[in-house]
Design a protein around this ligand. Structure first.
Ligand code: HEM
Length: 181
């Protein structure tokens, strides 16, 4: 793939995250990450989770798994973190990994076969299944942006609460959509 195509793919990935971030900011009752949120100074370009790799990957189960693994590494680090000013640089790298992994998995969601629990719920309504899967992944990604907004606001307690909610969303997604065998 040419350099220009890669840059284009990276821009596309970044703009999808920005659209989701805008949706979070506009959500009624949500005051986290308002217009005055400062830029993450001194924490640019963390080595983990480059979005360019997620945007141009083929929609296969390998891509889905790779995205989830990346999200898992980021999430594990966040759960263990104090989410304080002292851990900010590492936290921003971890949240980047989590978001780009979820975005990558979402891009390959069409490759995921129905789990037994999804079959019980959706039977042969494949369109409803695909919509629900994509919606869950998008909402989880949005929640990961809520976590980041709390970090950028310097609000450790809000960030911890948002991480806890993310854990519930992960559990819900895995219970319904994951094949366990
Ligand atoms: C905080 C959010 C999440 C994290 C950190 C996360 C992390 C992971 C990890 C580490 C794996 C194992 C990957 C592997 O063994 O290859 C996995 C698998 C999986 N995740 Fe997630 N996940 C999250 C949210 C979700 C959501 C919201 C959904 C669905 C809506 C989902 C669907 C799945 C499925 C279907 C698999 C199994 C894929 C397979 O069969 O190989 N995950 N996830």
């Amino acid at each position: 793939m040419s350099r220009l195509t890669r840059i284009g793919a990276a821009m596309a990935a970044i703009s999808s995250v920005l659209v989701l971030a805008a949706a979070v900011q506009n959500a009624p009752g949500d005051r986290s990450g308002g217009a005055g949120t400062p830029a993450p100074r001194g924490a640019s370009s963390p080595a983990t989770g480059a979005p360019a790799q997620s945007a141009d990957a083929p929609a296969t189960m390998d891509t889905f798994d790779e995205g989830m693994e990346r999200a898992g590494r980021g999430f594990k680090a966040l759960r263990r973190s104090a989410l304080s000013a002292a851990t900010r640089t590492a936290d921003l790298a971890a949240i980047q990994s989590l978001q780009s992994g979820l975005l990558m998995a979402k891009g390959a969601a069409s490759a995921l076969p129905m789990s037994p629990n999804a079959e019980k719920k959706f039977a042969d309504d494949k369109a409803a299944y695909e919509t629900a899967l994509r919606r869950d992944l998008a909402q989880t990604l949005r929640q990961a942006i809520v976590v980041e907004a709390a970090m950028l606001d310097g609000s450790s307690e809000s960030a911890k609460a948002a991480v806890a909610k993310l854990g519930e969303m992960q559990e819900h997604g895995h219970t319904l959509f994951q094949n366990n065998e």
